[in-house]
Design a protein around this ligand. Structure first.
Ligand SMILES: [Zn+2]
Length: 437
């Protein structure tokens, strides 16, 4: 995995105030510094002991003591010497890729995906299976089987897994990892983290699909280096995740970004959430298929009429790409409808970028044109916000889930979170900002 890693914990210096040192204790300080050192290697860097001392603002003996431990534990390994620019060539260290194993799980609306990664978050193997709507126990058990098979494929086992990150397309209560409501999965009040950690015996972290996707986009996608952007999902449903100042905006409980369920038409169609006229009834893949079926039934001249299988949004996008004017109009109109939501996001967040992702919209130029046009017309000032498609493809949720597992299982994250009184930045929200130490 390339890209940035989290962590912006202010260095804990040896001359920290006495009360702070007493409060946190030397063991904690050592654990935090150890975790910070490991973090510096996660993006694939090879670093010397002097590099670490400088970047962590620690003394060389302190760094050497921690590094010696990490080498003896197999976490770090020697990586040769830096090419010389005069003077002694520094001995380099790198993360041992086998020192940790992470698992990412994405409960998609139709497919459940599982990935196993090395300590860098690089995917080693993937597995997938159908998601069974309305049966979370069945789907969770399937995910467990996929994880076991994937680990077996690389001659590993569950004991070696450090943490599991999970992406769910619905409302996820952050603290408990409970899915409160996922209309397109048919899940309600389902304790995903609890059930999975019982089944796997590993720490499990759960977030909404758009949140994991935004994390992946920030770390390795088109929003690399972009501090203020919104990731906008368009699939069976529509949802958003804002990243502001390099931080994911979860809201109080984790439910922020449910733009798909903002009402845009008082007299609109019934939505999966039980209300009427929600944004997603106007521009999701269900809306695209609905309009395509209407066009076929009305006898419009379209290649979609000759398809013998049940129509999908992908069929409509594909037909549009091949010059079908009816399909083009459907995609354009759906994009325009999404643009209403984009204008709300632009007005509220003033982002540098809106990244549209999800199985429907991916790459459809007519959809994007519609979204850009209506967003420009309906926003108070949208010129500063680029509206683009995600380029990370279907693995984005898995990559984001793995990144979340890597971040949240990080010792420094948890220790500092529990020690806000200490002279360190609070890390109460998941940081995607990595302007490092
Ligand atoms: Zn709704």
């Amino acid at each position: 995995m390339t890209g940035k890693k989290m962590q912006k914990v202010r260095p804990i210096k040896k001359n920290s105030r006495d009360s702070d040192t007493t409060l946190l204790g030397n063991a904690y300080i050592r654990a935090v510094n150890r975790a910070r050192i490991i973090d510096l290697f996660r993006s694939g860097n090879s670093l010397s002991r002097a590099d670490l001392a400088r970047r962590c603002d620690l003394s060389k003996p302190t760094v050497s003591a921690i590094v010696d431990d990490l080498i003896s534990e197999g976490v770090l390994q020697e990586a040769g010497k830096r090419s010389s620019e005069g003077g002694r060539r520094a001995r380099l260290l790198e993360l041992n890729p086998e020192s940790a194993t992470f698992v990412g799980i994405h409960f998609g609306e139709s497919v459940t995906q599982v990935a196993v990664t090395d300590a860098f978050g690089r995917i080693l193997t993937k597995r997938f299976s159908d998601t069974v709507s309305g049966e979370p126990d069945t789907t969770i058990n399937t995910a467990k089987s996929l994880v076991i098979k994937a680990l077996d494929e690389i001659s590993s086992d569950i004991e070696r897994v450090t943490a599991v990150g999970v992406s769910v397309p619905g409302l996820v209560e952050r603290q408990s990892g409970t899915c409160m409501f996922a209309p397109n999965l048919g899940w309600r009040d389902y304790p995903v983290a609890k059930r999975l950690s019982e089944l796997l015996g590993v720490e499990v972290y759960v977030a909404n699909t758009t949140q994991t996707a935004a994390l992946a986009e920030y770390q390795m996608g088109v929003a690399r280096e972009v501090q203020d952007f919104v990731w906008l999902y368009v699939g069976k449903g529509v949802g958003a995740c804002a990243v502001i100042g390099g931080r994911i905006q979860f809201g109080t409980r984790g439910f922020a970004g449910e733009i798909g369920h903002c009402q845009v038409d008082h007299n609109g169609l019934q939505c999966g959430c039980g209300r009427r006229g929600c944004l997603e009834t106007t521009c999701s893949n269900l809306a695209i298929v609905r309009e395509a079926c209407k066009a076929v039934e009305a006898g419009h001249a379209t290649s979609l009429a000759s398809l013998e299988h049940v129509l999908s949004a992908h069929d409509v996008s594909f037909a549009a790409e091949r010059g079908d004017e009816v399909a083009r109009k459907i995609m354009y109109d759906a994009g325009r409808a999404l643009g209403v939501g984009v204008s709300l996001l632009v007005n509220i967040h003033d982002p540098q970028m809106i990244v549209i992702g999800g199985p429907v919209a991916g790459g459809d130029e007519h959809f994007l044109a519609g979204a850009r046009e209506s967003a420009a017309q309906m926003s108070i000032e949208s010129a500063g916000a680029k509206i683009v498609f995600s380029e990370l493809g279907r693995d984005i949720y898995l990559l984001g889930a793995v990144s979340m597992a890597m971040e949240q299982s990080n010792a420094a994250y948890r220790i500092v979170k529990s020690a806000k009184a200490m002279d360190v930045d609070d890390t109460d929200d998941m940081r995607v900002n990595s302007n490092a130490v």
